[in-house]
Design a protein around this ligand. Structure first.
Ligand SMILES: NC(=O)c1ccc[n+]([C@@H]2O[C@H](COP(=O)([O-])OP(=O)(O)OC[C@H]3O[C@@H](n4cnc5c(N)ncnc54)[C@H](O)[C@@H]3O)[C@@H](O)[C@H]2O)c1
Length: 317
């Protein structure tokens, strides 16, 4: 198998803190690195020895990479992914996959017509709790699924960076940032039922108060910062076979505690994933039983996502 050439487009927080360590642990390196910010390119060259570019189109034309990571602000995901697929690369697109369903469908169409892989950075599904729950549910242990819900609720968690809070770059706020993870998780756990309808609401309650409601990623909030996008979103989604899902996310809200929770209900059992772990509820004869694993091994979900992606490319399956 010839060496796989990997290009990173967008060299910010997630590329340097999650993707670079993940591929390095798997024995790969970044060969080509692209960012519109020259300083970031320079620092990546120093760190990895990659060949640097400031324009991804020039990089694609000159280098023909095998794999392209798209880790830019959301607004550019689809354009870069489609250009990379058309140039013959497999793509790993950070979430959200795109900022419209038209763009998403175009990515899928291009991936199919070029016979390439395109994966989206929904790495949460490779977490031990999620992958264990999925195996368990998919073996039929909770019976017929009728309802699922997902919460990702933060008290003070607006990410204070233009990538997330400027409308022209992010296109949306908490919904694109964290509901994308929540919806993917619920669909994955419940076996991808077919959606038939959705009703959703978004609110921007704390956009002028980032100094108070901002988090520390990628750096502390700066005085005068304003978020132009929503910080709360909720939606009811209905599916074929009378399944419904409810999703609620907030970057900031007056909730009692930060909360991450996924619940999948079936007629033979239920699954709950939350900050404290994974629980399975069922009946044994007529007794209500709650079972939990004795420990939750740490899995680097970004590394697991890359391992599966690169293995699929190497095996071409
Ligand atoms: N999977 C996860 O859990 C997770 C976590 C954080 C971020 N993300 C996603 O990753 C993406 C990037 O987030 P981040 O935290 O790294 O943001 P960031 O602002 O730290 O980095 C984005 C980088 O893209 C560069 N860039 C902008 N336009 C470009 C272009 N046209 N070509 C090349 N580079 C360009 C910027 O200069 C910047 O260095 C976002 O879409 C975000 O939703 C995913």
């Amino acid at each position: 198998m010839p060496k796989i050439t990997i290009a990173f487009v967008g060299l910010g927080g997630i590329a340097s803190q999650a993707h670079l360590p993940a591929i390095k642990e798997l024995g790969f390196n970044v060969d080509l690195c692209v960012d519109v910010d020259e300083y970031k390119v320079k620092s990546f060259i120093e760190k990895t020895g990659c060949k640097g570019y400031s324009d991804y189109r020039e990089m694609l034309k000159n280098e023909n990479p095998d794999v392209v990571l798209v880790a830019t602000p959301n607004a550019f995901h689809a354009r870069i992914a489609i250009d990379a697929l058309e140039n013959g690369a497999h793509v790993y697109i950070e979430k959200p996959m795109s900022v419209s369903s038209e763009e998403a469908l175009k990515i899928v169409e291009t991936m199919r017509s070029r016979d390439r892989f395109a994966v989206v950075g929904h790495n949460g599904r490779f977490d031990y709790r999620s992958s264990t729950a999925a195996k368990f549910i998919h073996r039929g242990n909770i019976g017929r699924i009728y309802y699922a819900r997902g919460f990702i609720l933060r008290q003070r968690g607006i990410p204070p960076a233009p990538t997330f809070i400027k409308r022209d770059l992010a296109k949306g706020g908490a919904v694109y940032d964290i509901a994308s993870h929540a919806v993917d998780m619920l669909l994955y756990l419940s076996g991808y039922p077919k959606p038939v309808g959705v009703k959703g609401f978004v609110y921007r309650a704390f956009g002028e108060r980032i100094e108070e409601f901002g988090m520390n990623y990628p750096q502390p909030p700066q005085p005068g910062m304003v978020s132009e996008v929503e910080d709360f979103g909720s939606a009811y989604i209905s599916f074929e076979n009378n399944i419904t899902m409810y999703v609620e996310v907030s970057w900031a809200s007056y909730v009692k505690e930060n909360r991450m929770e996924y619940v999948i209900l079936g007629d033979r059992g239920g699954i709950q994933i939350d900050n404290s772990g994974l629980s399975y509820m069922t009946s044994v004869e007529r007794e209500f039983l709650i079972a939990t694993p004795p420990s939750i091994p740490h899995v680097n979900s970004h590394k697991e996502a890359w391992r599966r992606f690169l293995t699929a490319i190497e095996r071409n399956d």
